[in-house]
Design a binder for this molecule. Structure first.
Ligand code: HPA
Length: 273
């Protein structure tokens, strides 16, 4: 059996010794949204450190856990803290939690993140519904022997972000009075922010926003047939687009400023998905 699949099965077994909760929707929380999981009707939590084989960050104070519970009537699993490629894990480990949530039973995946705005029309605090992505600048999580148990060797990626869910997101944002951008997300490795030249490259490639996560998770989820959607919080103008230097503090401050709106939108999406 494929080594990565073996590890996934080991992780699943480990989770199943703690809970047999069957999620329908999986959520990955980006910057500023971490405490969304604390506000749902929690049934059970499982720390990443409790899961045998799970990629656990060695960085002090980096907590992470799966939260199982309900948003309204909908059973969900929420990742409170994600795994980033820049932390040093192989891509197969970066997407392991996503695949694991799929193997737990989640059929739909909602991805969120903080991102830099590449499109000159965007401003900090905007929300962008992801319509497509560019992963050319990071290794594919599907490289290596194919995991036949999960999906095809050459999976189609022509509709990574579900048109059906995109329509729901549009409607729910409108009902909440949240103005929503729609655009293409480009994933780069980080951890350094990009250079102005890299941002010009992203723009010429057709990207509207740039970040260090998400697209690889979306790709792994689509490989295994999950229905995917994603929303970025534009926390800053990307490098070279303003006179300001980029710093993590600004990213966090903007994400925190609009977190309440973002959470309301998430609840509306989960309830109607
Ligand atoms: N670049 C990459 N990732 C990011 C940015 C950015 O400007 N802002 C938030 N995450």
């Amino acid at each position: 059996m494929n080594d990565i699949y073996k590890k996934l099965e080991m992780c699943l077994k480990s989770v199943r010794t703690k809970t047999d909760f069957q999620p329908e929707v999986a959520l990955i929380l980006g910057s500023g949204l971490g405490d969304y999981a604390d506000g749902i009707q929690i049934e059970q939590t499982v720390d990443y450190t409790e899961i045998e084989g799970f990629p656990v960050s060695t960085v002090a104070g980096h907590k992470g856990r799966f939260v199982f519970g309900y948003v309204g009537e909908v059973p969900v699993v929420v990742m409170q803290g994600r795994v980033h490629y820049y932390e040093g894990y192989p891509m197969s480990d970066v997407v392991l939690p996503t695949r694991l949530m799929g193997m737990m039973g989640a059929k739909k995946l909602i991805l969120t993140n903080a991102a830099g705005g590449v499109n000159f029309d965007y401003k900090p605090g905007d929300f962008m519904m992801i319509t497509d992505h560019i992963t050319t600048a990071v290794p594919s999580p599907l490289i290596g022997p194919n995991i036949d148990e999960l999906g095809a060797r050459f999976p189609d990626m022509s509709e990574v972000y579900s048109l059906r869910i995109r329509e729901i997101i549009r409607e729910e944002a409108k009902k909440l009075g949240i103005s929503l951008r729609e655009g293409v997300y480009a994933q780069l490795t980080g951890p350094a922010y990009e250079t102005p030249a890299e941002i010009r490259m992203c723009r010429s490639w057709g990207a509207d926003a740039v970040g260090m996560s998400t697209a690889c998770e979306a790709m792994a989820a689509r490989h295994m047939g999950m229905e995917v959607c994603g929303i970025s919080c534009i926390t800053n103008l990307a490098a070279g687009m303003s006179t300001k230097q980029l710093d993590h503090k600004e990213v966090q401050e903007t994400a925190d400023r609009v977190a309440a709106q973002f959470k309301a939108l998430l609840t509306a999406i989960v309830s109607n998905i």
